[in-house]
Design a protein around this ligand. Structure first.
Ligand code: ATP
Length: 601
């Protein structure tokens, strides 16, 4: 058997929806992966992620709105659209509507079908058929595409079992809601194909170097763990970015990175991971999306100024004033995102690129080399210009010098500085936030020196003017070890009226009937929300709270760490929930704040 019956996937999703612990979630996935032939494991992994492939692969959107989906359901089950609509109003979930209509349709068809009379079985759906059909839906473009999409989906649905129909419809809507993050998939793959959870590290490292979970799963399933051990970055597939811890005190930061360090401006722009293969240039964002289209000018710069034939470089793309070369804030750069006429906006919002790392050069994997070696390769590989150059930097072991450089950076329009280890062990740790890089950012003129990025896990209805609206959000920090989200605060201020209204529609598709298995909360919000949205939050200070689970018991038994007077600053669509501020970071921030208070006393 080289395929998997889709009903196995649907049954597992159904079980997962009711699971409330992460361990059980992993076990359910383990048992599904065990049933899946290696040939199709990649497809399974993508579908679980709610996608048809990795983000960076330019697979078109499915392009199926609610209206078209309703039409397809009606067509598949031979009922009028009004029936689908009225059921949808009643049940509130199109997946369940399809499931119910499929059941009715099957019952009728069975009576009428000769095949059933003679005891013959219909041909069951397979994982590959579902996947391939969805791919065809995505690639149906142009004139008759609406009709083609309609027929493809209706065809699939009419052959589906009721439970299968539920998940096909939900997948198309982009709301699978089974709650599996990459970390759970990595665990399950290690258990099934790596011989146990101890293999997790190797699987994760491979994934960090080649951000394509389907490819990693298939390589592991077909070629084994050794093949993953030998994996290197490859031009064209994004490497998961290395990230920084945050620091506050220059002397302490220098101690943490091992004394002498490379200190660079922390530019306030967009991270670009630049892949070059001859004349072909691709740029990936921090979230590993292909953003090449937004930066045709950067593509030209790379062609002109990068001497290496094949290369993976990293730098920050920053909006600048072309006359003075002054750095402009992130908000200015973001105008590029909104505009369609990229060639015009390119002139209105000119950019510069400040390079800070090199991961791959002419066939050589540099990730295992210390930072000074990577920098040397970077220097040798480029012909710098005003708008395409190395990040401004110094080497120092002096806290004073670091502090002065930090002040200079801020004055010149940077956010602060990045302090980077340069010892033998200063390798490129793909996908890892660690103490090899430490960021020192500008003070926000408040007790809480830095904003945090938290994940929405629940919401409460407002009163008075905000009656009936979800107007207060339960926010959580991430714990990468347990892959769980633990609550920090409720945030209700900082939203404009407009923002609040927009938020209702935004949250609705992500409401789930019970607490998400990866969420750890003592509070009971009015509605639970799957971890999906990340928001930047600023507060007055960090406090201890018996109501929240973040760092529960770490400072004192029975209490966690919370934020006083939290205020919504903005959404961070560029971050996934797993990129949110971690529990450890909040703990660090809390102890730092304590020290500050003690020093002042
Ligand atoms: P933040 O929320 O502070 O913007 P982040 O969570 O996106 O940061 P961090 O690891 O905290 O990621 O900070 C690293 C980010 O800073 C990088 O992703 C990059 O976009 C940006 N950056 C700017 N200048 C540099 C530099 N010289 N070296 C590394 N990263 C830099």
């Amino acid at each position: 058997m080289t395929d998997l019956r889709f009903i196995e996937v649907a049954k597992t999703f159904d079980i997962m929806e009711r699971i409330t612990s992460r361990t059980q979630l992993t076990l359910a996935l383990v048992s599904l992966i065990k049933k899946t032939p290696p040939e199709v494991i990649d497809k399974l992994v993508y579908l679980i992620q709610g996608k048809l492939g990795p983000e960076w692969k330019d697979i078109p959107e499915l392009g199926v709105g609610e209206k078209l989906l309703i039409k397809a359901i009606a067509l598949a089950y031979k009922v009028p659209e009004e029936r689908v609509n009225s059921l949808y109003k009643k049940i509130g979930d199109l997946g369940s509507v399809a499931e119910r209509l499929a059941a009715e349709y099957k019952a009728k068809a069975k009576k009428a079908s000769l095949a059933a009379f003679f005891g013959e079985e219909e041909k069951p759906l397979t994982l590959s058929r579902v996947y391939q059909t969805l791919i065809r839906v995505a690639y149906a473009q142009g004139e008759n595409s609406r009709d083609i999409k309609l027929r493809l989906i209706a065809g699939l649905l009419s052959d589906a079992e009721p439970l299968e129909a539920r998940y096909i419809v939900r997948f198309i809507e982009g709301r699978l809601r089974v709650g599996i993050g990459d970390a759970t998939v990595l665990d399950a793959l290690a258990i099934v194909y790596g011989g146990g959870i101890h293999a997790r590290e190797i699987v994760e490292r491979a994934y960090n170097l080649r951000a394509d979970l389907g490819f990693i799963a298939k390589t592991l399933a077909e070629k084994g763990l050794e093949a993953l051990k030998n994996l290197t970055p490859t031009v064209g597939i994004p490497v998961r970015p290395m990230l920084a811890e945050r620091g506050r005190d220059p002397a302490e930061i220098l101690r943490k990175v091992g004394g002498r360090a490379l200190v660079e401006y922390k530019y306030d722009g967009e991270r670009g991971q630049i892949h070059k293969d001859g004349d072909k240039v691709v740029i990936f964002s921090r979230r590993l999306e292909d953003i090449t289209r937004m930066y045709p000018d950067v593509v030209e710069m790379v062609r002109k100024h990068v001497k290496a034939n094949t290369a993976i470089l990293e730098g920050e793309i920053v909006a600048i004033n072309p006359d003075t070369l002054e750095l402009l804030p992130f908000q200015v750069l973001m105008q590029r995102k909104r505009k369609y006429d990229i060639h015009r906006i390119m002139k209105e919002v000119p950019v510069a690129v400040f390079l800070f790392d090199m991961i791959y050069r002419d066939g050589n994997d540099l990730t295992q080399k210390p930072l000074p070696v990577r920098r040397e390769n970077l220097t040798q590989s480029i012909d710098p210009s005003d708008t395409f150059q190395l990040a401004k930097h110094i080497y120092t072991s002096s806290p004073e010098e670091l502090w002065n450089f930090f002040l200079e950076a801020i004055e010149n329009g940077a956010e602060g500085v990045m302090v980077k280890a340069i010892h033998e062990g200063s390798i490129y740790r793909a996908g890892v936030r660690g103490w090899l890089w430490v960021k020192l950012k500008k003070d926000y003129k408040s007790e809480m020196i830095d904003t945090v990025d938290l994940v929405v896990v629940g919401a409460f209805y407002g009163r008075g003017k905000r009656g009936g609206l979800l107007s207060s959000l339960l926010m959580a920090a991430y714990n990468p070890e347990t892959d769980t989200f633990r609550t920090v605060c409720k945030v209700a201020t900082g939203f404009t009226d407009e923002e609040l209204l927009r938020m209702q529609d935004m949250l609705k598709p992500h409401i789930i009937p019970h607490k998400h298995p990866r969420v750890d909360s003592k509070m009971q919000p009015d509605v639970w929300i799957e971890p999906y949205f990340v928001a930047e939050i600023l507060g007055a200070e960090l406090t201890l709270s018996p109501m929240h689970t973040c760092c529960l018991g770490r400072v004192r038994p029975g209490v966690g760490i919370s934020i006083r007077f939290p205020r919504f600053i903005r959404w961070r669509p560029d971050k996934r929930p797993e990129d949110a501020t971690t529990e450890d970071e909040l703990y660090e921030m809390y102890t730092r704040q304590l020290r500050k208070v003690e020093e002042a006393a």
